[in-house]
Design a protein around this ligand. Structure first.
Ligand SMILES: Nc1nc2c(c(=O)[nH]1)N[C@H]1C(S)=C(S)[C@@H](COP(=O)(O)O)O[C@H]1N2
Ligand SMILES: [Mo]
Length: 439
């Protein structure tokens, strides 16, 4: 049975973390004696590595209670797992990190991100769905899905697709937008044609430098002259062999909420580029100006700005390849294990936008020592990488599993969300979950 947490310490951490920290750690910067015992009382178990808890870091169980009182609302939708509802209008739902335990993300566990309304399914044969290619091309084309499938090589790839705002909840101060944890990520198996093959058929003019994407979803307000979202990217990414016009997901028709009957799949870059209910791509001789472009939208500071400050984003740069991140899928935050459990087998996934992941490390002693995990090669370029590993637990008690990835260029997840920006993109700090053994 779990002991009831001492509400005073818990409340203090939530209301005034700095004061709580000063009381718990004093000026010595380490948790000892009565303070350590009090902290143990608050989390409901002894803390074997409590002496390593760094000053300024409250136990994860206190800052993010696993208890029912703070339980998020779960999605109840046919064909979907109980995802965490981030908003209902538009519908946005995050996959709990521990549900992302499959190498290939099944449709029911795929996060949902909408900016407008979900359109009604098309009546009749989806192979008649039309896609237009125009702008800076020699020959504008209008092709049906059926024509795309018969005219161009059809490829199948595992591709990660991550919302640009994944991890947003880690920012201090809080930014506007869905307060995603780390679960706005998916790694499905996509089948489609390469965008570059289709653009080549239209004939890319030398003047073309950027794309603009369009979809069939109505604006949230219902206004017909406004796009729910219309993003674009540098032509180089459109010409990447992994950028697809996809029409199958995990070997089946794309579910309606995920963009049926066809969507763009732009792996490793903000998910907003992966236009759902895809109807048109235009090539431009300058950056696109659609909904979700310019200002502080999907743009991040080139030089850090004061957290919480106003900014018009003029000196920001477009967010392109997403930063390195890892998830732990073997255990949920707050998992309780039987007394006497002395080893913990961990597993999860890690990815790094257009790059790969070189290493994943885990720590159960608040970062004092780190154990290297085994990281598998990606199934193909732009697929996430699964990792596994084992850590030892010396005694019963309260532990935290801290986990972090390092990308192929040596960039490691930072200790705290860095490069604060008004719309909260790119927060990828080291994550942690609480585990209780015999408590
Ligand atoms: N047409 C259209 N495409 C869209 C969106 C949208 O609202 N409308 N949302 C984008 C965003 S912000 C993300 S992160 C992904 C989410 O895809 P999913 O809902 O299939 O997970 O789709 C992108 N494509
Ligand atoms: Mo997104």
């Amino acid at each position: 049975m779990a002991r009831k947490p001492e509400r005073s310490v818990e409340e203090l951490y939530r209301d005034d973390p700095e004061r709580a920290d000063a009381l718990a750690f004093g000026r010595r910067g380490a948790l000892k004696g009565a303070a350590l015992a009090a902290m143990g009382g608050a989390v409901g178990a002894a803390i074997p590595f409590g002496g390593h808890l760094p000053a300024g870091v409250a136990p994860a169980l206190l800052t993010r209670p696993a208890a029912a009182q703070d339980a998020p609302q779960f999605l109840r939708m046919e064909g979907k797992a109980p995802l965490i509802i981030q908003g209902e209008r538009p519908l946005n739902a995050e996959t709990p990190e521990h549900l992302l335990d499959d190498a290939v993300t099944p449709a029911d566990k795929f996060f949902i991100r909408n900016n407008g309304q979900v359109p009604d399914p098309v009546a009749g044969d989806p192979r008649g769905w039309k896609i237009r290619i125009d702008g800076e091309v020699n020959t504008p084309l209008e092709l049906t899905l059926g024509e795309l499938e018969s005219r161009f090589p059809v490829v199948t790839r595992q591709l990660q697709m991550e919302c640009g705002g994944n991890g947003r909840s880690h920012f201090q101060p809080q930014t506007r937008g869905n307060q995603w944890g780390n679960g706005a990520i998916s790694n499905a198996e996509w089948t489609g044609v390469r965008l570059r093959d289709v653009l080549a058929a239209a004939g890319v003019k030398p003047s073309a430098s950027h794309t603009g994407h369009f979809g069939a979803d109505p604006h949230l307000s219902g206004a017909t002259d406004r796009a729910a979202i219309s993003r674009g990217m540098r032509l180089a990414k459109a010409m990447d062999e992994d950028t697809l016009i996809a029409f199958r997901m995990n070997g089946a028709a794309i579910p309606q909420v995920h963009g049926a009957p066809a969507r763009l799949l732009v792996p490793g870059w903000p998910g907003s580029l992966s236009q759902k209910w895809f109807t048109r791509i235009t090539l431009l001789d300058k950056p696109h100006t659609g909904q979700g472009m310019g200002g502080t939208s999907y743009r991040i500071p080139v030089r850090p700005i004061v957290p919480g400050s106003e900014n018009n984003g003029r000196d920001f740069a477009e967010m392109e390849s997403m930063p390195v991140r890892s998830i732990l899928s073997s255990h949920a935050h707050g998992t309780r294990l039987a007394a006497g459990t002395r080893t913990l087998d961990l597993r999860g996934a890690a990815w790094a936008g257009d790059d790969t992941v070189r290493a994943v490390h885990a720590s159960v002693d608040f970062g004092a020592t780190w154990t290297e995990m085994q990281v598998a090669a990606p199934a193909n370029r732009h697929a996430w990488q699964r990792w596994t590993g084992r850590v030892a637990l010396p005694a019963d008690g309260y532990y935290e599993v801290w986990y972090r990835a390092t990308d192929s260029r040596g960039r490691m997840q930072p200790h705290l969300a860095a490069n604060w920006n008004p719309q909260g993109y790119g927060a990828n700090p080291i994550s942690r979950i609480a585990i209780l053994v015999g408590a």
